[in-house]
Design a protein around this ligand. Structure first.
Ligand code: SF4
Length: 412
């Protein structure tokens, strides 16, 4: 085996598993993304680390390969639940404080252990958390990659704040042009933004269909988010999200439902427990379906592509509404109001919140939310589980917490 093939073995194995898929959809989209990353690695092309709230349109327009490191982490957990542990431990042993979010420790450890392709550029906004901000500084320090922070105002309710944010986006374009040595073609950007509009229309329609009761398919409807991080603005991403939507539409037309008897609807307003892929199915077997989750909560206007200025403004506006980006860029009210809206619009009977220990800002929101939910009679389960590391709370322990909660809700 060559040295190249030895590197990133787990992800190359995942790619080998998926690359034969020809049907458009989530799996093919994942294979296409991994394939593009490995081509870039093998051919020495630039790779851009886009933090998990940065969508891909500008990269597509400039033909730069996006590699969201959090997706690199979570995708391998489908193959091996313990896949992040070695890198988490390596980061801690090197002196990274253990309280840092495990996703972030895994990214730093991956760089140290050469388990992720090194970036040529790094881009992130100043949201949603301090963990992310300090982690990408460490990434820049370890790799020497030039890094661009999109500085987001705390309050976006004034025109000047939006103008400031749009200027941050213009600065990002200059940064990408400089470090990729490419010039952005605004006709190409218009095409990409229009393709992105088409794709996100399909995503939004899928989210609407999950408001049906009984639920046609267990949610959340996440294909748009995967597209956003890897290929949004390409016809292939649009086709993939449309394929997920077509499946959903067909189930609705045939009257098919997620479970034979829907006993309760869960709002899971956070990321899934990435290493515990069977958890949603296990809940569904009890009759508990997930109608909405943070990765399937998105609401945005189309980008006006009439001028380059309006296109950039539309992209900047959209960047404020990505999952977790939307909720994590200011007061706790942003997350709380969206979660309450999800309960109302997706007709949730209860809310389940994974208490990921590194996510301190969100744990603070949870506490505030619990008081509001109590006043409104919304049952909430919050338990401690690490989304990237199965060691603090096992799958059995999670089920032991969730089962009695769901039984209580379903007995009401
Ligand atoms: S899980 Fe929370 S702390 Fe970790 S990167 Fe995401 S927002 Fe930041």
């Amino acid at each position: 085996m060559t040295e190249k093939a030895e590197k990133y073995k787990l992800h190359r194995g995942l790619y080998d598993l998926l690359k034969g898929i020809t049907q458009p959809g989530m799996m093919k989209m994942m294979a296409d993304w991994l394939g593009a990353v490995f081509s870039a690695v093998d051919e020495g092309k630039p790779i851009l680390f886009n933090q998990f709230t940065v969508f891909s349109e500008l990269m597509v327009a400039l033909d730069i390969v996006p590699l969201p490191p959090e997706l690199w982490q979570s995708s391998q957990l489908n193959v091996d639940a313990n896949a992040c542990c070695e890198s988490i431990d390596a980061a801690e042993e090197a002196g990274i404080h253990p309280e840092l979010c495990s996703a972030n420790k895994a990214i730093i450890g991956d760089i140290m252990l050469d388990k992720i392709p090194p970036p040529s550029m790094v881009v992130l906004p100043t949201f949603p958390c301090d963990n992310s901000k300090i982690t990408y500084q460490a990434v820049a320090h370890l790799t020497g990659a030039p890094t661009y922070f999109l500085d987001c105002p705390y309050w976006m309710d004034e025109g000047e704040a939006m103008d400031y944010w749009v200027n941050q986006y213009k600065g990002l374009i200059s940064f990408l042009e400089k470090h990729s040595e490419k010039k952005l073609d605004y006709d190409r950007l218009k095409e990409v933004a229009e393709e992105s509009n088409r794709c996100l229309d399909y995503w939004l329609e899928g989210l609407e269909l999950l408001k049906l009761k009984p639920l046609p398919l267990n949610g959340p409807f996440a294909s748009g988010y995967l597209a956003g991080l890897t290929a949004l603005g390409t016809p292939a991403a649009t086709e993939a999200v449309k394929a997920s939507l077509d499946e959903l539409r067909s189930r609705v037309d045939k009257g098919e439902t997620a479970v034979p008897e829907e006993k309760t609807r869960v709002i899971w307003f956070y990321y899934p427990v990435f290493w515990d892929a069977g958890l949603g199915d296990w809940m569904a077997q009890m009759g508990a379906v997930t109608a909405s989750g943070l990765v399937g909560y998105f609401n945005v206007e189309p980008i006006d592509t009439s001028t380059p200025e309006s296109t950039i403004r539309g992209l900047a506006r959209r960047a404020l509404d990505t999952p977790m980006g939307r909720q994590g860029r200011g007061a706790s009210d942003l997350w709380i109001d969206d979660c309450l809206r999800a309960v109302e619009e997706w007709k949730g009977d209860c809310v389940i919140l994974a208490g990921h220990p590194g996510c301190k800002w969100l744990m603070g929101c949870y506490g505030l939310f619990r008081d509001i939910a109590r006043e409104r009679g919304i049952p909430v389960l919050l338990w401690d589980v690490d989304l990237f590391d199965p060691r603090p709370c096992s799958g059995e322990e999670s089920r032991a917490r969730i089962e009695p909660f769901l039984n209580t809700i379903m007995a009401r």
